[in-house]
Design a protein around this ligand. Structure first.
Ligand code: ASP
Length: 316
């Protein structure tokens, strides 16, 4: 979903809604800014005053552990006032529309909305209706996009591999229902990764996969051969209407990442997962806890990346 809503007339980031169509210079600006924030988290005093006096509303209509928490930590490290909307008791369950909810929160002097919603396009809709001084960050909309996850994954790859230009990257599993996979693909192709592969059974690939600029594989031995990065995806059971797979056990047998299958990749390949992991379904514990896994680094870097996004949006 390309969208000029995201950029101001002079090319600065106004909202972060999707990585699709976002220029490489903006992605690199976010990654470089995040690099400067990593050190902040390692200091005794973990905050900087860049968002002092600003109100950030975390509005999550769908469950989240890592994303919501790291957005909250990131906003607090920028010295913002953070409000977490309790979705369970929100008025949406009483029939209020999304835009009415947002209008009411805007009346409470919000400066930034971080929004997660089960419907694709929810953050775009909000961005189209907020006052000019308010910024919107998409924290995951349906199966469409999850731009800050894509960015923190790019940050992690750049950190461990030094860049993108010589890399072979495999994205494995439920690509069809994954907003993370889409954001990863847009991030990798925009930043110049020459070979992005998706590895999945036919039933878990989107119909438009041929337009995404990726190489398609159905077998792990072929798809993982000589890759530098293996990015695993969770089976998004909550988005599957009707069983598209024989069973979780069968999925594990063919596409679950085990030590044996990881041997097809380069010996120094890194293993990533956006979480939450389903051990024994898409990934074996020996790999998840093994020396090649950088899964917890992804979580830590997520704070710096979200700080970067919010501070750039706020004009700092
Ligand atoms: N946490 C990621 C998301 O919200 C990945 C997942 O749920 O599997 O999309």
């Amino acid at each position: 979903m390309k969208n000029n809503l995201q950029l101001t007339d002079d090319g600065r980031l106004r909202h972060l809604l999707t990585l699709d169509g976002l220029p490489a210079r903006i992605l690199t600006q976010i990654l470089d800014t995040a690099a400067s924030f990593v050190a902040v988290g390692e200091r005794d005093v973990k905050s900087v005053p860049l968002l002092r006096g600003k109100a950030v509303f975390n509005v999550f209509f769908e469950n989240s552990t890592r994303t919501r928490t790291t957005f909250e930590i990131a906003a607090k490290r920028l010295s913002a006032d953070v409000v977490n909307l309790n979705v369970g008791s929100s008025s949406q369950s009483k029939g209020e529309t999304l835009l009415d909810t947002v209008a009411n929160l805007s009346a409470m002097h919000a400066d930034m909305f971080v929004v997660r919603h089960a419907a694709a396009g929810a953050a775009h809709l909000i961005a189209r209706h907020v006052a000019p001084h308010i910024h919107v960050v998409n924290a995951g909309d349906g199966r469409s996009s999850h731009p800050t996850q894509g960015l923190l994954d790019m940050f992690t790859i750049r950190h461990f591999k030094g860049g993108f230009h010589n890399l072979r990257v495999a994205i494995v599993g439920d690509v069809l229902h994954s907003r993370v996979a889409r954001s990863q693909i847009h991030g990798l192709t925009t930043l110049g990764c020459p070979e992005v592969r998706v590895v999945a059974p036919k039933t878990l690939l989107p119909r438009d996969v041929d337009n995404l600029g990726v190489h398609v594989y159905h077998r792990m031995d072929q798809g993982l051969k000589d890759v530098d990065v293996v990015m695993m995806l969770r089976l998004q059971n909550e988005r599957m209407q009707g069983a598209r797979l024989p069973s979780a056990g069968e999925f594990y047998k063919h596409w679950g990442l085990t030590v044996d299958k990881l041997r097809f990749a380069k010996p120094d390949a890194i293993v990533m997962h956006p979480g939450p992991m389903n051990r024994g379904v898409e990934i074996d514990s020996e790999v998840a806890d093994g020396p090649q896994a950088v899964i917890l680094s992804q979580v830590t870097f997520g704070i710096a990346v979200r700080m970067a996004v919010m501070s750039i949006l706020a004009g700092n």
